[in-house]
Design a protein around this ligand. Structure first.
Ligand code: NAD
Length: 377
């Protein structure tokens, strides 16, 4: 079986779907691995190390796509790329399937079995393949580092002969995977940290990291069967905003990570709340690519408000630590692949009853097989 790993074409993308270490693992299983030259350069994985691992370099991208039984990449492909693939081949990457009906249609047309990293179930069995978590965790870390660099303030308390510097106040909105890592990072840097999430179950996790959980009574909030937050009613959002306004005004750094799976992120920090913040405060909107939690945040741009608040809308914070983001992402791909590898047949097995495959396989055999997307065909 032949696997082809393409380099990323999105400007600024530093990550890759394969490291020399993960390549060696796939080759050991019996796979022939081909990559685009320079695959890992942006995250400092050099061609010489891929070569040592046994990887072959593809001189012709289109020919490699056309002959591969499995294609791996980080970001969703262009529709034109899918048409170049072999019928019956597999494709694994982030696909953004809720917003990409044309791309799903292209996979159907091409007869390619497309699996979406976002749709891998968040279960214990699938933990090693959970790319949403591996990347969100680094994004949470990077958000704090980014904010700390933009601040004109130190984060820890410092007692000096010239006076005491008070610890910076950090407020984290959304305490899922990214939020918890942001809390842990800000605590390690010595900040005073508060956090809020609509899922009350995370209160204990927030407190165990040494942060204060902000209590706002929103009534019934609940969570989906998959453990994700449910959308709030407009009344609940208004209550949440009122409950957070004072804390936001007092915070030096606000990090927003509140997302709703498969839907747009809720707007939680309004222009009026930003106007109440001190000059030089930093707000990092991790949800910026899915609509944003902060009014006026822009993907890929920093916005400075009239009162001097810096809003960072970096669309891929994990990419700022691309070496490690690639390390864990490549391990996620390798775990997925190993799970579905048929040792006897030396190929991937399409067990459509497998819980993980049922969760993440969008198209197979020239049809949409995932019930959540079948109606969008
Ligand atoms: P996410 O990225 O979808 O959302 C981030 C956080 O924002 C969540 O904690 C969510 O509750 C919160 N949020 C949503 N609306 C909000 C609002 N209005 N105000 C404040 N916070 C709001 O979530 P995630 O980090 O990907 O985690 C999703 C779920 O998956 C969690 O329950 C997590 O524990 C679970 N999970 C399970 C596993 C596993 O068992 N293997 C692994 C990872 C995550």
């Amino acid at each position: 079986m032949k696997c082809y790993v393409t380099a990323e074409s999105t400007p600024g993308e530093t990550r890759a779907a394969l490291t020399p270490t993960s390549a060696a693992g796939l080759i050991k299983l019996g796979l022939e691995v081909h990559v685009q030259p320079g695959l890992g350069l942006a995250s400092h994985y050099v061609d010489a190390d891929y070569e040592k691992a046994g990887v072959k370099f593809a001189a012709d991208h289109d020919a490699a796509l056309a002959s591969a039984d499995l294609v791996l990449r980080v970001r969703k492909p262009a529709v034109a790329e899918v048409a170049k693939m072999k019928r019956g081949a597999w494709h694994l990457s982030f696909l953004d399937p809720f917003n990409e009906p044309d791309l799903i249609g292209a996979f159907v047309q091409a007869g390619v079995s497309a699996a979406s990293l976002e749709m891998i179930p968040r279960t214990t069995l699938a933990q090693k393949m959970d790319a949403l978590s591996s990347q969100a965790s680094l994004a949470g870390y990077a958000a704090v580092i980014e904010a700390a660099q933009r601040q004109q303030m130190a984060l820890p308390m410092m007692m000096t002969p010239a006076g005491t510097i008070l610890p910076a106040r950090v407020f984290v909105i959304g305490a899922g995977v990214a939020g918890l890592q942001a809390i842990a990072t800000a605590k390690r840097l010595g900040a005073r940290v508060e956090a809020f999430d609509t899922r009350p179950v995370v209160e204990e996790q927030v407190r165990s990291l040494g942060a204060k959980f902000v209590k706002i009574d929103l009534g019934e909030t609940g969570q989906t069967a998959g453990g994700y937050a449910k959308a709030l009613t407009p009344e609940q959002v208004a209550k949440q905003q009122a409950g957070m306004a004072k804390i936001i005004a007092q915070s030096d750094i606000v990090i927003t990570t509140a997302k709703l799976f498969g839907r747009n992120a809720p707007l939680l920090v309004t222009k009026a709340m930003l106007a109440g913040m001190k000059s030089g405060s930093v707000v990092v909107d991790i949800a910026v690519e899915s609509g944003g939690n902060v009014e006026g945040s822009k993907a890929g741009e920093d916005v400075v408000t009239d009162n001097g608040v810096i809003i960072i809308g970096h669309p891929c914070l994990e990419g700022t630590v691309g070496h490690h983001a690639t390390q864990v992402l490549a391990a996620n791909y390798a775990a997925w692949f190993t799970h579905f590898w048929d040792e006897q047949a030396k190929s991937l097995k399409a067990d459509l009853e497998d819980e993980i495959l049922k969760g993440c396989l969008i198209t197979h055999g020239g049809a949409i097989v995932h019930p959540q997307f079948a109606s969008k065909s």
